[in-house]
Write a protein that binds this ligand. Structure first.
Ligand SMILES: [Zn+2]
Length: 415
């Protein structure tokens, strides 16, 4: 209920933003028709349109009489699978050009084409998206202590719930040179598009080259893939800004001019954050500095967390979701013990702590109000792995996904 309300408030805010921006308003940011090569023509010098209504529903509530839009809903208490992605490669020829970044990108990313095939495969295999924030809730136990509780989800009969999260959707400068899109922008249709440069240096505004607009489009075309309106949770650091906007501070030098520029970036990203939230995207912390939560001092962890809240949380709003950078668990093993780092982070409001693993493992902690949740990672390491069928075979047949022509000539462990 509250999420529906939030969506309505955001929609209203967005309307206000659009109307207040007045003549010419966002025209400078609006994609230019001349540079739009993909995904339909855009007209320059028009204000962003008022977007179509977008409905977000609560999967913890059974629809009246168990049926919605002719679909029967059933309770689900089984495993909620969780796949996470990094930004996807828009131009493999730039990503896989033999430079020092090539193997890292091959290991940890998928291409836009591979991502689209993965989407189609999980959709065809009966997965539906749910928001990570709906899977567990905070409640009280018999002793009156706060605990996390797994929600029963009410989902279309025969379907399987799936969480998506995207890490590092910051558009780091190193990525810009290596075949990724540069930033998110709002099109004059009011929707989220990506903007960037193709290998020839031409500006390209598209909905086919970046995992965020690609998923938006996929859900537009296959609304039953997201019956509750959920998209993915975006895991943000802060040290190079967010979503392609340089909203970060720098402690080495800080002038009035830098601050003024930062404020401009903050204002520019706000309508994009609002539109993402309105259309089912949520946000989590990936720490400000992508720090090692296992090995950093408490002082560093505290100042990093405060800085994330000031520079990122202030823009995207409160979140209970934390994604461990490098998948590194705090205090040794976070699901067997609860150490000082974990307690501190929990005290800052985080309740769902996500690592990386070989299955969608989750564990509600008994001694503190928190849940640990591992994620699977479709990327070059797992696409090439000899275990891919065992660990990812329920989501896709790797032979239909991996683009061996685009990727560097490295070994695959399967036949
Ligand atoms: Zn990361």
């Amino acid at each position: 209920m509250s999420r529906k309300l939030t969506a309505a408030v955001w929609a209203l805010l967005l309307l206000l933003t659009v109307s207040l921006s007045g003549c010419g308003g966002n025209a400078a940011d609006a994609p230019d028709s001349a540079s739009s090569e993909e995904g339909g023509a855009l007209q320059a010098e028009t204000l962003p349109g008022v977007p179509e209504p977008y409905v977000i529903l609560d999967p913890t509530v059974m629809p009246e009489d168990g049926v919605r839009d002719g679909v029967t809903y059933v309770p689900y208490d089984g495993v909620v699978e969780h796949l996470f992605f990094h930004p996807v490669v828009a131009y493999p020829e730039l990503a896989f050009d033999g430079d020092g970044q090539e193997n890292g990108i091959d290991d940890f990313m998928v291409t836009a084409g591979e991502f689209q095939k993965i989407l189609l495969s999980v959709y065809q295999r009966g997965y539906i998206l749910v928001d990570i924030g709906d899977v567990w809730r905070e409640d009280k136990n018999d002793a009156g202590e706060a605990v996390m509780v797994r929600n029963t989800l009410y989902i279309p009969e025969g379907k399987k719930p799936l969480i998506f999260s995207y890490d590092d959707t910051n558009y780091y400068p190193y990525m810009l040179e290596n075949g990724f899109t540069y930033k998110l922008v709002l099109g004059e249709d009011g929707k989220v598009w990506s903007s960037g440069l193709d290998p020839q240096g031409n500006e390209v505004v598209s909905r086919d080259l970046d995992a965020i607009p690609i998923l938006d489009r996929f859900v537009e075309e296959h609304p039953d893939f997201s019956p509750f309106g959920a998209k993915a949770c975006l895991s943000l650091t802060g040290y190079q800004g967010i979503l392609g906007y340089r909203t970060q501070t720098d402690t080495k030098s800080w002038t009035e001019e830098q601050e003024a520029n930062r404020q401009k970036e903050v204002e520019a990203v706000k309508p994009i954050v609002a539109e993402l939230k309105r259309t089912g995207w949520t946000f989590g912390s990936h720490t400000w500095g992508h720090i090692h939560l296992g090995g950093s001092s408490m002082g560093k962890i505290r100042s990093d967390t405060e800085r994330w809240l000031e520079e990122v949380g202030s823009i995207v709003g409160p979140t209970k979701i934390l994604f461990y950078p490098h998948g590194e668990r705090p205090d040794g093993d976070d699901w067997k013990q609860t150490g000082e780092t974990f307690r501190y982070l929990q005290g800052k409001g985080f309740r769902v702590f996500c690592s990386v693993g070989v299955e969608s493992f989750s564990c509600i902690k008994k001694d503190i109000c928190a849940v640990i949740c591992d994620r699977l990672h479709p990327d070059g390491t797992t696409l090439r792995s000899k275990y891919v069928d065992k660990r990812y075979g329920r989501f896709y047949d790797v032979r239909e996904i991996i683009d061996l022509d685009a990727r560097p000539q490295r070994e695959v462990g399967w036949q």
